[in-house]
Design a protein around this ligand. Structure first.
Ligand SMILES: [Zn+2]
Length: 126
């Protein structure tokens, strides 16, 4: 992972984090039920890193996608802090630069991603 593009990707991730935060809040604001009101107050007082945990019991499909993405984006940012950014979570080789530029929160290299996707699908007949 060349150092030069990391700050750019980091800025993108931070921007996405703020966007997700805003989206989650506005989603919760549309629904004026008491539960969401309480959840919103909880979220306001918790760091973003606690959000996926807090959102877990409330997950609608819309919240689930954003909460999952929030986790990924935060994982990528903490990997940057630890100097482990850009390494594949499965084989630990470097994730291709183009793939990181397309999705800075990516966790797998192209080869492992392919295996992962195939494993999720029903078994093939050969
Ligand atoms: Zn890999």
């Amino acid at each position: 992972m060349p150092q030069s593009i990391t700050p750019i990707l980091r800025a993108q991730l931070l921007e996405e984090l703020q966007l997700l935060r805003t989206e989650i809040f506005s989603y919760l604001q549309i629904d004026h039920s008491d539960e969401y009101g309480k959840l919103r107050i909880q979220l306001e007082h918790q760091p973003l890193s606690h959000w996926p945990e807090l959102l877990r019991s409330w997950l609608t499909p819309e919240l689930e996608n954003r909460s999952r993405r929030l986790e990924l984006v935060q994982a990528a940012l903490s990997q940057m802090d630890m100097g482990l950014y850009g390494l594949c979570s499965d084989c630990e080789s470097r994730i291709e630069r183009e793939l990181l530029m397309a999705d800075p929160a990516r966790q797998r290299c192209a080869a492992c991603e392919k295996v992962h996707v195939e494993q999720k699908q029903p078994a093939h007949r050969h």
